[in-house]
Design a protein around this ligand. Structure first.
Ligand SMILES: Cc1ncc(COP(=O)(O)O)c(C=O)c1O
Length: 378
């Protein structure tokens, strides 16, 4: 008998594919799409998400770390994989062995690659990152010419891409984003003036796909939009995307308590009436932040019910006094919809003073992912 843990993250692969097609429709048929699947596909499960994406005419995948690329290769993914957050010298061999494409931001990384290019049977393709205002990874403008001359001297290295990254996640500050773009284009022109042709230029994350067409270049790198969220409030012209993850659990214990009963660690909540309390088997170890203590809401019976007391490692308590029909085993939705009520990650993020990215990525390994095609389990 297979028993399923009551807490699950349901991943709607149909919604994921629809989101991908919305992006395709927006940027046109000839622009390449690099699906960003780092951080376990923003919590959605890197392998099933990559498998769902690979039949959708994408160019490849963007990940942060070498280890994530190895995971994709070991699962049989053969499309190009761009390692976007750098690599340490000791990771170089693995990077090349698994045919991953590194983003390079520093001449020392060229040195690391130089040791192995001779052994590689194919040219080693790299993407050069320019720091246009993020102040994180990337070469500064004045370092670019020397870097390119150095790269030209390493036989077997091909600069396949030129990229940069926006510092504004919702591009609300358009002048700063435009200045980053001007910066990037200046570097591009300077490289061209050196007689160097780099096939791919790319800079657009979700925010730029939605709001800054000038940044689309040859390829776009959508992340959060694939998973159904936009960094700013949608307008009439923004593509409609659908959240892919629903986080739900079931009531594992119900108890009626008198007024004046203190609940959970620290006794931070005391009932002020006779109350019906539901215990849900989800806690901060599952990624349900402790910051929801006495603040969160969950959907039960199509209504919102408040989290009372502290969020524990494995459990939360919910006041369901207003929902007398609840039964042991009833479903509770923490991210998602139930009846006419919704509680999506963007709303949760606003309440918690964070971004939907963090809410989704936080859903921990302990929570089983259940993959569905639309309403049917896959
Ligand atoms: C280099 C790079 N490109 C693209 C993305 C995707 O960004 P978003 O999820 O906002 O679309 C990220 C994510 O942070 C990134 O680090």
């Amino acid at each position: 008998m297979t028993l399923r843990h009551p807490t699950v993250a349901e991943i709607d692969l149909t919604a994921f594919r629809q989101n991908l097609r919305q992006i395709r429709r927006r940027v046109g048929p000839h622009r390449a799409l690099l699906a960003v699947v780092k951080a376990n596909a923003y919590g959605h499960g890197i392998i099933p998400i990559a498998q769902a994406a690979r039949t959708e005419n994408i160019r490849g995948f963007g990940i942060a770390f070498v280890q994530e690329g190895i995971q994709l290769r070991q699962a049989g993914i053969t499309l190009p994989i761009l390692v976007m957050a750098g690599f340490l010298p000791e990771e170089t061999e693995g990077l090349l062995e698994y045919d991953l494409t590194p983003v390079v931001s520093h001449p020392d990384q060229l040195e690391s690659l130089r040791h192995y290019v001779g052994e590689a049977s194919r040219p080693v393709r790299i993407h050069l990152k320019i720091d246009t205002g993020m102040g994180r990874l990337g070469l500064r403008e004045e370092e670019v010419a020397a870097f390119i001359r150095l790269a030209q001297r390493v036989k077997g290295i091909e600069i396949e891409g030129l990229m940069s990254h926006f510092a504004d996640d919702d591009l609300a500050d358009h002048p700063a984003a435009e200045a980053q773009l001007d910066h990037f284009e200046r570097v591009r022109r300077a490289i061209e003036a050196m007689g160097v042709k780099i096939p791919w230029s790319h800079m657009a994350n979700t925010a730029a796909i939605v709001g800054l067409e000038r940044a689309w270049f040859d390829m776009v790198r959508p992340g959060i939009m694939l998973y159904g969220y936009l960094p700013s409030q949608p307008s009439e012209t923004t593509p409609s995307v659908k959240p892919v993850m629903t986080l739900k659990t079931r009531i594992i214990h119900l108890k009626r308590v008198p007024s004046g009963t203190a609940v959970s660690y620290g006794r931070t909540f005391t009932t002020r009436r006779e109350s019906l309390i539901a215990v849900l088997p989800i806690g901060y170890a599952d990624g349900y932040s402790r910051a929801w203590s006495n603040r969160g809401q969950v959907l039960i019976g199509g209504r919102r019910a408040p989290v009372i007391g502290r969020v524990c490692m494995d459990m939360i308590l919910v006041d369901v006094t207003e929902l007398p029909a609840v039964r042991l085993g009833d479903e509770a939705v923490l991210i998602g919809s139930q009846g006419s009520q919704t509680l999506w990650a963007d709303e949760l993020a606003r309440q918690l003073g964070t971004i939907p990215y963090e809410i989704l990525c936080a859903v921990s390994q302990r929570v089983p992912r259940l993959y569905r095609e639309g309403d049917a389990p896959s």
